[in-house]
Design a protein around this ligand. Structure first.
Ligand SMILES: COc1ccc(C(=O)NC2CCC2)cc1-c1cc(C(C)=O)n2cccnc12
Length: 121
């Protein structure tokens, strides 16, 4: 009998790719698809100290830099909070960030993570 080594890193990567694919579909304008720069958002780099976007999160997933879904969730919340810090509430960016945050929290709710962790063993 060949002992199949539980490749948890691979399982985590599949989960994160699935979650990101689902959440990124909501960013149909692509406002969160790649890093915001000072050309499109004046003064951005002096206001936002820890920028985050979906392309950065994808490369972190692919390089196994996330040790848990909670790690990924922290970057996701950071990305949304950055947009709600730099942009005024009446802007499309603030509004979209708020929607992304809500759907992300539903997708990665604590109880869901606990059941998932349970089934992962
Ligand atoms: C990768 O970021 C972007 C890419 C494309 C666009 C864009 O197409 N903006 C057009 C819609 C009205 C101008 C905006 C952004 C963008 C994101 C953001 C965020 C996420 O804060 N942002 C803030 C101020 C100005 N522009 C932006």
């Amino acid at each position: 009998v060949v002992e199949v080594k539980e490749d948890t890193k691979g399982v985590l990567r599949e989960c994160l790719l699935y979650i990101q694919k689902y959440l990124q579909r909501k960013d149909f304008n692509g406002f969160f698809a790649y890093p915001v720069n000072d050309v499109i958002a004046p003064g951005y780099s002096s206001i936002i100290k820890d920028p985050m976007d979906f392309s950065t999160m994808l490369s972190k997933i692919e390089n196994d830099l996330y040790n848990s879904i909670m790690d990924y969730k922290n970057d996701y919340v950071l990305m949304c909070n950055n947009a709600m810090t730099y942009n005024r509430p009446e802007t499309i960016y603030y509004k979209e960030a708020k929607k992304l945050l809500q759907s992300g929290m539903k997708m990665m709710s604590k109880e869901k993570l606990l059941t998932m962790r349970g089934s992962l063993g």
